[in-house]
Ligand binder design. Structure first.
Ligand SMILES: *[C@@H]1O[C@H](CO)[C@@H](O)[C@H](O)[C@H]1NC(C)=O
Ligand SMILES: *[C@@H]1O[C@H](CO)[C@@H](O)[C@H](O)[C@H]1NC(C)=O
Ligand SMILES: *[C@@H]1O[C@H](CO)[C@@H](O)[C@H](O)[C@H]1NC(C)=O
Ligand SMILES: *[C@@H]1O[C@H](CO)[C@@H](O)[C@H](O)[C@H]1NC(C)=O
Ligand SMILES: *[C@@H]1O[C@H](CO)[C@@H](O)[C@H](O)[C@H]1NC(C)=O
Ligand SMILES: *[C@@H]1O[C@H](CO)[C@@H](O)[C@H](O)[C@H]1NC(C)=O
Ligand SMILES: *[C@@H]1O[C@H](CO)[C@@H](O)[C@H](O)[C@H]1NC(C)=O
Length: 578
């Protein structure tokens, strides 16, 4: 009889401790925890010993005052025990700050079986609500492991009691916010976040990949999107401004993605939303105008070579003349008429008497003239049909050597470490975000710009509407080849997990790619795309006829030479008269 009773009592104890162990074990499994931290000051020794017989994961025992942060570990399950109502609030707050994202279990072991312990649990849960710590489970010793507690933040704070068998233990992935407002602050950096008024319905639309993402998130959470009144459509915010405003206005989600540059940012970052690279957009070099092709052909070098050959052959002819007993004229030594005409491929008369040796000179001159004029003709024909281009810079070094400097337009506040950019020693033009967007979106060709891969995808779609492309994206001039861009959230934000989860879902389902593909449509619908060709295309009119202004330099040269001839004629007339 006695043994039976003892047996039953032992069974009851075993049963109850097994349940406690089970729930903690299940919590550890549900959260896929890697470590179990027990703040053991107040935990009843017997309970603790039972728990530690077969710990689900490695266990660390600490007091509440120990300043261990969650940083060295990921996926921590933290168990804190309480006995009396006088808990150390400050220590608890600092603990909750450090374990904000982790799973937390409160165990309240009260000596008296009255309602005080539930009140204590309520106070603790409200503290968690205030600090936006979501994953909290409460266990009361006096419940004898029949119930557990957690709180519902929406629509109002409420502590709920659940039977111990009730699953899931933690609140579901996307809680139902019951149409509560979700305040967001769009940074309006095109094309990721665009706010515009739809001209058909007159309603304000949030578009762009980040904008659509936030709309989807609000739909998932059954929340109502809301902006602070300070948001003005069309007014872009720099990252710095956005973060300051988000803090001041108690915004839930700053709807703009920032690049992850510093490790200090990591605790408040979501899962990377976009992988990008940041390279230079460089204007495509324009073709040389047709009228300037004559200048290319008649370069100083070419003229000097022609002059040297003319003078050389002139001297040869004069020498030949001299050897034949004739006196060469002084003018022939400077500019020989025959050599000149021969070189230009024109017909010329003989000045030296018919001799076999002189014939060789004339034959050589004839061939030379033929060769020269055919080379020249070929070059002119090629250049007129395919005008050459000015120098095309592609790298940072090239940009330092272009003749007309192309200043790099930057928004200084967008770089967390500006020294990297200033080390490029390029001419720079610092402007604000709106101005930068305006210049870049209108493809102003007086500057070069940094652009992410995504921005470039949009701009290259835009420039397909022009007869020719106006910018190139240079892979040789990248400031970063892998940039992770993510949402930077306020210090205590319980949307972080939802944002990260939805980001992964959107990528896995191809929704993200769809949002990217919609950028051009969104920008066009918002009237933010300029279809005006930034180049004033006078040339090349491929296949078109030459125009008067194309021959400008020929007219000019003709006038100058005619002037010379008239002057020479005048001098001759005057010298003959005298
Ligand atoms: C926790 O704090 C106690 C005293 O408050 C100290 O003895 C102990 O070493 C600390 N443990 C850790 C892991 O810091
Ligand atoms: C509950 O027990 C505590 C002592 O632990 C006592 O101070 C308190 O008055 C009791 N509350 C009720 C409602 O009985
Ligand atoms: C969203 O919240 C409203 C208000 O509480 C509720 O009526 C509606 O059923 C919820 N929608 C979903 C899909 O749960
Ligand atoms: C001109 O002469 C050069 C040198 O002999 C020769 O290489 C070239 O082919 C000639 N060009 C023509 C068009 O005959
Ligand atoms: C900025 O980058 C430069 C080199 O790229 C580095 O030397 C410097 O320490 C960085 N500054 C900060 C504040 O990170
Ligand atoms: C940006 O700069 C332009 C001209 O530099 C100025 O007109 C505009 O008001 C500025 N915008 C902001 C938001 O400061
Ligand atoms: C490009 O920007 C410069 C000033 O930075 C301005 O003078 C020029 O008119 C702009 N060009 C076009 C086509 O808007």
């Amino acid at each position: 009889m006695w043994t039976l009773r003892i047996g039953i009592i032992l069974l009851v104890i075993q049963e109850s401790s097994a349940t406690t162990g089970n729930i903690v074990r299940e919590l550890a499994q549900a959260s896929r925890s890697t470590i179990f931290i027990v703040r053991s000051d107040q935990c009843p020794q017997t309970w603790l010993q039972q728990l530690l017989v077969a710990p689900p994961v490695p266990v660390i025992l600490q007091s509440l005052s120990n300043e261990t942060t969650g940083k060295p570990f990921s996926r921590v399950l933290c168990l804190v025990c309480f006995r009396e109502n006088d808990f150390a609030e400050e220590q608890l707050v600092s603990l909750l700050h450090n374990f904000r994202r982790e799973r937390i279990v409160f165990y309240v072991a009260s000596r008296q079986f009255n309602s005080t312990s539930l009140d204590l649990l309520r106070v603790l849960m409200r503290l968690c609500y205030r600090l936006q710590v979501v994953h909290v489970i409460g266990l009361l010793a006096e419940d004898e492991e029949h119930h557990y507690y957690r709180y519902q933040p929406y629509p109002d704070f409420k502590v709920e009691q659940h039977p111990i068998q009730r699953r899931p233990l933690y609140i579901e992935h996307y809680p139902n916010m019951q149409r509560q407002p979700l305040t967001i602050l769009p940074d309006q950096k095109y094309p990721r976040t665009i706010i515009y008024t739809d001209w058909r319905t007159g309603s304000e639309v949030l578009a762009g990949s980040v904008g659509r993402f936030v709309r989807t998130l609000a739909w998932k959470l059954n929340a109502t999107l809301q902006y602070p009144v300070q948001v003005r459509p069309g007014h872009s915010l720099s990252t710095h401004e956005m973060m300051i405003m988000a803090k001041a206005l108690h915004v839930d989600i700053p709807a703009g993605i920032v690049s992850i540059d510093l490790s200090e940012q990591l605790p408040h970052m979501s899962y990377p939303f976009e992988l990008s690279r940041i390279c230079l957009m460089i204007p495509i070099a324009l073709p040389i105008p047709i009228r300037d092709i004559y200048l290319v052909l008649c370069s100083v070098q070419h003229l000097l070579i022609a002059l040297a050959i003319t003078v050389g052959i002139g001297w040869l002819l004069s020498l030949h003349k001299h050897l034949n007993g004739q006196t060469p004229s002084a003018v022939d030594l400077v500019l020989n008429d025959v050599a000149m005409r021969g070189l230009l491929g024109q017909s010329f008369g003989r000045i030296v008497k018919r001799r076999l040796s002189s014939s060789w000179i004339y034959l050589m001159l004839g061939f030379l003239g033929l060769n020269f004029s055919s080379i020249h003709e070929a070059a002119l024909g090629t250049l007129l049909t395919q005008p050459p281009k000015h120098f095309q810079p592609r790298s940072f070094e090239d940009l330092q050597h272009v003749r007309t400097p192309l200043p790099l337009v930057v928004d200084v506040s967008d770089f967390s470490n500006f020294s990297k950019v200033s080390a490029l020693s390029l001419p720079m033009l610092a402007v604000n975000v709106s101005e930068l967007n305006h210049l870049r979106d209108n493809l102003n060709m007086s500057h070069v710009y940094f652009a992410s891969r995504l921005k470039w995808t949009l701009l290259s779609a835009q420039q397909k509407y022009f007869p020719q492309e106006v910018f190139l994206y240079s892979d040789d001039a990248c400031i970063s080849t892998l940039t992770l861009m993510a949402f930077q959230l306020p210090k205590n934000s319980w949307f972080e997990e939802h944002i990260s989860r939805l980001t992964m879902d959107a990528r896995a389902t191809g929704l993200f790619q769809h949002w990217i593909d919609m950028h051009f449509y969104d920008m066009a619908a918002a009237g933010l795309i300029s279809f005006r060709d930034p180049v004033d295309r006078m040339f090349p009119r491929s296949g078109g006829a030459l125009q008067l202004r194309d021959l400008q330099w020929i007219w000019f040269g003709y006038a100058v030479l005619l002037g010379f001839a008239l002057a020479a004629f005048g001098v001759e007339v005057i010298s003959k008269r005298a």
